[in-house]
Every structure is written in structure tokens, then in C-alpha cells.
Design a protein around this ligand. Structure first.
Ligand code: WTA
Length: 695
């Protein structure tokens, strides 16, 4: 039990200036998919859940469903029950009749000397079929099997995902920047016996040898008791050897070699039930290991297709570029499944936005005539810092832009709007999560005005509520923050945590469930673990995580995961990880450790800690700093007070520390981190201010 009094979220007043409304241009409205204000009437609470037929009807069903929503076993909702479909058919085959020669995907390699490569729907169809044949006939995989895909941003990644979907194989894509160990643990958790890799890829001007990660992943999975029978390796340049890691005979196979045996083979799409899992996506939670968010086929595909159409305003003739990585949920929903289901053209970029310089994204936009652009606040901050005047130099014209992944400061938003969007493009700030599959809060781009820094009103058919810690609703316009929840189920809410139904219920529903026996969805609000405030006009402003997750550049890093990585360094006695505000990346982890007695070279231990975090999790979790301290601040019952460390790292008031078991350590750590002289205290953002309070 904590001895420090906890402030109830409902008592936290949030202060900021209300921003002005900005209206969408007549030019945008004139061509938008969603311009009928009557749509709101079609998606009222009275019309729920049948309103979501409108999204499901965008798909081609092998068998139409009989029940829109089955609530008989909350919170394990079932959507479009009785329906059968295939996701790969919906994203590929059905477009052939009208659009076979149209670009489905355009691959932009990192090196500007390597030309962009457009893949038509017909070519996509051929390649997806051939890969599906390898998975079925060479690997012996069938519907329901899991495959772990650890690949960078190359065309073969979506091709492989769609080949899995064609057979009903559940893919689990692990972000390419994660370590081999992280991929191996995920492969073991999902019982994958096949892993799919790329040999190498270009990033920041360097060729990264990725195959080496496969060997680490296989070893790690085997350490967890999961044997990986086959590793399929895509070559960045077919026929050329780019990796230094040896191919293990009888286990590792180059895809370009295997595919020679499957030229033009066709694989009939396997018709699966609506509820058949389409994929797993692992994400960090409050405690323990990453959880495999399990997404269904029918509801997920319907929702991402509907939302890509209405909120991204995708038309088949647009060129759409989402700069996220397919290894995250944004890439799954809004690079691959949503856009392809709509028959759009989706750009895939191998590199980083500021290489070789901050003009690169705008050159790509100019060259390909990109007119819909999607990125994160971190990329916006970075591009703004590195090249504030670059966009004006290029003759592209965006009609629509998205920001997603973290709260965006109004100042960065305005640069995005005025400079990147040239004052003309509409912006949607879409709030959602890996768990939610698709957008939950966003403006309807032709219908709702924009407000810098606010995500906006709820998406159609989504009914949010903000609760205080005791489940009391915090009304709009009160200026108070609380926990944002969604009162109703929606088609793309995750089905469960892979192999862990109990954790699913505990994590997302236990907190505010009114009656665990009830089969009425109204008793089961979904707890998102984000703080939010509702303005009088019905616009939500998202403040950030309320749990032990640090949002690094839009990517969720569990503090507990980083702490356990630190503890694998033998000299470390105790570790605490806290978020520190970073100008570009939003938040970064900072590590505090105390060492076992008699360690000679603390500097070396520091370096070892950084290296270990990168090995176990990946470079994405690289700390901003490592502080080796004599002891960590603790309560009398021995709990580490992360809240105090977060305050020190962010130059915020540490509050009352007199009740600690070792109050004197706080001043000592403060001097060590901030220096001896006087320090100007900061107010600190909401999520950092309340970090560690849940403990
Ligand atoms: C944060 C990414 C503010 C939030 C799609 C959420 C946002 C977490 C926004 C999910 C936004 C996402 N404004 N914060 N528009 N979008 N977040 O699972 O804290 O990688 O809980 O999904 O990102 O991250 P995830």
C-alpha cells in the first residue's frame, strides 16, 4: 500500500487555452466521401449495433451474417455472426475486374537512386497467391496456425500478410526494429512454428543485416519451449547475398528460391467465419510481458474499411501515403487492410523521414503526387525542427492529413496545417489503440471543424465517457480530466488477449464493469488507460497514458519490461524506469538503478544497461539517461516511488516526501540529476505528473 495520498483524477483541473476552430475548405468538401450531416442520425445509440451494417456492406461476404452483435458472453463480443469472408479476397481479388492495372502498393526504397516501384492489383494477386502456395504446400500451414513475421518496410511484408490471410493463417507481425529476442518471445507466445524474415534493409543510409535477428529469435523461442521449424527469408535483392548470418540447412530458406517452384500457382481464398482471428499484434501493457491483441476478420475488416473511407477520405484515384510502419497497428489498419479493401493506392516507404535530409518526404509526395498523408506528432516535430521551410520547396498538394499516436501540441499542429498542408489540407487527429483496431475519436473531415490539439468528437457509432477513479462520470465542460472509456462494443475491438482471457477482462473491463453477470453491453465500459478531458463542444483532448506505459514517439514501451531488462545485468540491484519529456519523441524512458555492493566501474554498467535494453527490447526503448544512484526512494513498505523519480527527471515538484522510508535520498538524487545550483521548476504534462500513481 502506498503511503502517499493519491489525487483522484476527477480533482485534477486541466488548464489550457481553447483553440480556434478551423473549417475544412470548400475544395475538400466538394470531393469528400462523407458530406451528408445525416450520417450522425444513422449512427445514434438507438441505431446501435445495426448502424455498423453500413461498414460491413463495404465488404464482399461469402455468406451474409444473421446477427450483427452477439453479447451473450461479455466482454467477448461477436460481430456479424454467421457471416463468412476472406480478407485477402476483399483486399485483392475483388478489385481485379475493375482495377487490375491500377497500383495497389507503391514501394519507395530508401536510396533515392533506386526507383519507386508500383505493384498493380494484378501483380499483387499473383504474388499473394504464390506466397500462399509456399505457406500451404511447403510449410504445411493451415487455417488457424500462427506465423510470426519480423520484417522491415518492403513490399513483401504486406504480400506475406495477405498470403496468410488468404489461408486463414493468423499472422503476428513484429516491428522490424524490435530485437531478435523480442521477436522470439512473441513467436513462442503465439506458438509459431514458422517465422518469416528479410535478409537486410536500408535505413539511415546503412544496410542493416536483419537475418542475424532470426537466429537470435529462433534460439529465444526454443528457450521458451517453442521449436521454430522453418525460417523463410525474403532477400532485399533476390539472388544476392546481403547477410553475414549463415543460412541453417533444413531450417532457413530463401523465398526467391522457393517461389521458383510455385510460379503462377493459384490458391483459392479460404472462406472463414467472421470471428476467425485475422492477426495478433503484441503491445505493451501495465505489467508483465507484452500481450497479443487478437483481432477478428469480419468486424475488424469492416471497421477499418469504413473508417478509412470516411475519415481518411480514400478514393480509388487517390495516392495515399501513411508514413507509419506496418509493424504497428496503424500500418495494419491504415496502410494495408483499410486502403486495400477500398481499392486505393497505398505507398510504402522503406526509409526514415529525415534521410538524407528533411526534404525527403516532400520529394516523395511531389514525385508520386501523394494527396493524402498520414504521420505522427514525433515525425512532425522532427521534420519541423530539421527543415521548417522544406515543404514550401516542393510542388505537392495534400487534400488530407492525419496525425496519430500521441497528443500533438497546438504549435506543431499549426506548422503541420500551414506549412505541410499549405493551409489547404484538412487534418484529422485520430485517437485509438492497438486494442481498438481502428479510429475511435476523430473529426469527420468534411463535416466537423478542426481544433488544434483536440482529437475531436467520437467516431460514428462510438460512445465514450470519462470516469473518475470511482466510476463517476466527469461531464463535458467541467475542465476536469479522467479516464476515457468507451461505453459500447464496436466491430474492431480486439477479441481477447491471445491465450489469456482473464487478463483481457482484468485489463480492460474489470475496472468499470457494473455487473459481471450482465449480458447487457451497457454494463461493460471499455477502459482505455488514457487520460482525457471533454470540452463543452463535445471535443475530446487526450492527455496520455495513465498506466505504466511510456509513449515513445507514438510507440508503447512498458516500464516493467525495461526494468526487467535492466535487472538481467548482474551488477544491478534495483531498477526504476520513468518517462522524461523529450522535445522530439514526446516521452523517453529514463532509468534509475542502484547497484550491488562492490561494483568497480559504474560507467561501464551504464553502457551495459543501455546495450541490454536494446538487445532485449530493441533500439526503440533506448533510454534518454541512466542514473546510477545510491538507493531508490521507497515507502516504508518498500515500494519504489517512481512518481518522485519522474518529478526529478522532469524538474517538477516532488511533493511531500517526508513519509518515505528514506526521504534524504530524494535531495541526493535531485542534486545528482539536476546539479547543485537552483533549478527552475516546471509544471509538467498531465501524464508525467500522475505517473506511478496507480501503484
Ligand atoms: C496514444 C496507436 C493522443 C494513446 C494507434 C493511446 C494518442 C496509445 C493518439 C495507443 C492521439 C494514440 N492523440 N494520443 N490522436 N493516438 N494515442 O496501441 O496514449 O500504439 O493509448 O496505437 O497512443 O498506442 P498504440
Amino acid at each position: 500500500m502506498s503511503t502517499v495520498a493519491r489525487t483522484d483524477a476527477s480533482e485534477i483541473a486541466v488548464h489550457w487555452k481553447e483553440e480556434e476552430y478551423i473549417q475544412p475548405s470548400a475544395r475538400f468538401i466538394g470531393q469528400a466521401n462523407l458530406t451528408d450531416p445525416g450520417v450522425v442520425e444513422r449512427f445514434t445509440e438507438e441505431k446501435f449495433p445495426e448502424c455498423f451494417r453500413e461498414y460491413a456492406d463495404l465488404l464482399t461476404w461469402d455468406e451474409y451474417w444473421h446477427t450483427t452483435l452477439d453479447t451473450s458472453r461479455p466482454p467477448f463480443w461477436k460481430w456479424f455472426v454467421g457471416g463468412r469472408l476472406n480478407a485477402s479476397y476483399n483486399c485483392v481479388d475483388r478489385h481485379l475486374a475493375a482495377h487490375k492495372n491500377k497500383a495497389a502498393l507503391i514501394f519507395v526504397p530508401e536510396a533515392e537512386t533506386e526507383p519507386a516501384h508500383a505493384l498493380t492489383y494484378q501483380e499483387l494477386y499473383t504474388r499473394v497467391n504464390e506466397v500462399a502456395a509456399v505457406l500451404r504446400d511447403f510449410c504445411g500451414l493451415t487455417a488457424g496456425d500462427r506465423v510470426t513475421i519480423h520484417m522491415p518496410m518492403i513490399l513483401e511484408l504486406p504480400i506475406t500478410m495477405l498470403a496468410c490471410a488468404r489461408l486463414g493463417i493468423i499472422h503476428s507481425v513484429v516491428f522490424g526494429g524490435f530485437s531478435g529476442e523480442a521477436a522470439g518471445l512473441r513467436a513462442a507466445d503465439s506458438d509459431s512454428r514458422v517465422m518469416i524474415y528479410a535478409d537486410a534493409y536500408y535505413r539511415n543510409g546503412k544496410l542493416i543485416d536483419h537475418k542475424a535477428n532470426a537466429d537470435i529469435a529462433v534460439r529465444t523461442a526454443e528457450g521458451e519451449g517453442q521449436r521454430i521449424e522453418k525460417v523463410l527469408v525474403w532477400r532485399r535483392h533476390p539472388g544476392q547475398d546481403l547477410t553475414n548470418a549463415a543460412m541453417v540447412p533444413g531450417r532457413d530458406y530463401y523465398m526467391d528460391d522457393l517461389l521458383k517452384g510455385y510460379r503462377r500457382v493459384k490458391v483459392a481464398p479460404v472462406s472463414v467465419e467472421s470471428e476467425h482471428p485475422l492477426f495478433l499484434m503484441y503491445t505493451s501493457g501495465s505489467t508483465g510481458k507484452p500481450k497479443g491483441c487478437q483481432h477478428r476478420t469480419g468486424g475488424y475488416l469492416a471497421y477499418v474499411t469504413g473508417t478509412a473511407k470516411y475519415y481518411q477520405d480514400l478514393h480509388p484515384e487517390d495516392v495515399y501515403w501513411c508514413m507509419a510502419d506496418i509493424g504497428w497497428i496503424t500500418g495494419h489498419s491504415y496502410i494495408v487492410y483499410g486502403p486495400l479493401a477500398l481499392g486505393a493506392t497505398s505507398v510504402i516507404f522503406e526509409g526514415v523521414p529525415n534521410y538524407p535530409d528533411a526534404g525527403r518526404p516532400w520529394r516523395i509526395a511531389e514525385q508520386l503526387d501523394v494527396n493524402i498523408f498520414h504521420t505522427s506528432p514525433t515525425a512532425i516535430r522532427m521534420l519541423r525542427k530539421a527543415g521548417p521551410d522544406e515543404p514550401a520547396k516542393y510542388a505537392y498538394r495534400f487534400k488530407h492529413m492525419t496525425t496519430v499516436g500521441e497528443p500533438i501540441e497546438p504549435e506543431a499542429w499549426r506548422w503541420y496545417h500551414e506549412v505541410v498542408g499549405k493551409g489547404e489540407a484538412v487534418i484529422v487527429d485520430t485517437w485509438w489503440q492497438t486494442e481498438t483496431g481502428g479510429f475511435l475519436i476523430t473529426t469527420k473531415p468534411a463535416l466537423d471543424p478542426m481544433k488544434a490539439g483536440s482529437a475531436g468528437p467520437p467516431a460514428l457509432g462510438i460512445f465514450p465517457v470519462i470516469y473518475d477513479e470511482n466510476g463517476k462520470e466527469i461531464p463535458g465542460g467541467s475542465g476536469k480530466a479522467g479516464n476515457i472509456c468507451i461505453r459500447n462494443p464496436w466491430p474492431s475491438i480486439m477479441q481477447t488477449i491471445w491465450k489469456d482471457d482473464d487478463r483481457f477482462v482484468r485489463q480492460y473491463y474489470a475496472k468499470y464493469c457494473r455487473n459481471p453477470k450482465s449480458t447487457d453491453w451497457r454494463d461493460w465500459p471499455y477502459f482505455a488507460a488514457d487520460g482525457a478531458v471533454l470540452a463543452p463542444d463535445g471535443y475530446y483532448r487526450i492527455l496520455g497514458r495513465v498506466d505504466d506505459v511510456i509513449n515513445v514517439a507514438g510507440h508503447r514501451i512498458g516500464t516493467k519490461e525495461v526494468e526487467s531488462a535492466c535487472l538481467t545485468v548482474p551488477q544491478v540491484a534495483e531498477a526504476a524506469v520513468v518517462p522524461v519529456v523529450d522535445e522530439i519523441r514526446g516521452r523517453m524512458p529514463t532509468i534509475y538503478v542502484s547497484l550491488k555492493p562492490g561494483v568497480a566501474d559504474p560507467q561501464k554498467v551504464s553502457e551495459q544497461i543501455v546495450a541490454t535494453v536494446e538487445t532485449i527490447i530493441g533500439k526503440i526503448a533506448r533510454p534518454k539517461g541512466v542514473h546510477i544512484v545510491p538507493d531508490l526512494p521507497k515507502t516504508r513498505s518498500g515500494k519504489i516511488m517512481r512518481r518522485i523519480l519522474a518529478a526529478i527527471s522532469n524538474r517538477m515538484d516532488t511533493g511531500d516526501v517526508t513519509t518515505l522510508a528514506n526521504p534524504e535520498i530524494v535531495e541526493q538524487i535531485r542534486k545528482q540529476v539536476q546539479g547543485e545550483g537552483p533549478v527552475e521548476m516546471q509544471e509538467g504534462p498531465e501524464d508525467v505528473k500522475h505517473f506511478g500513481e496507480q501503484e
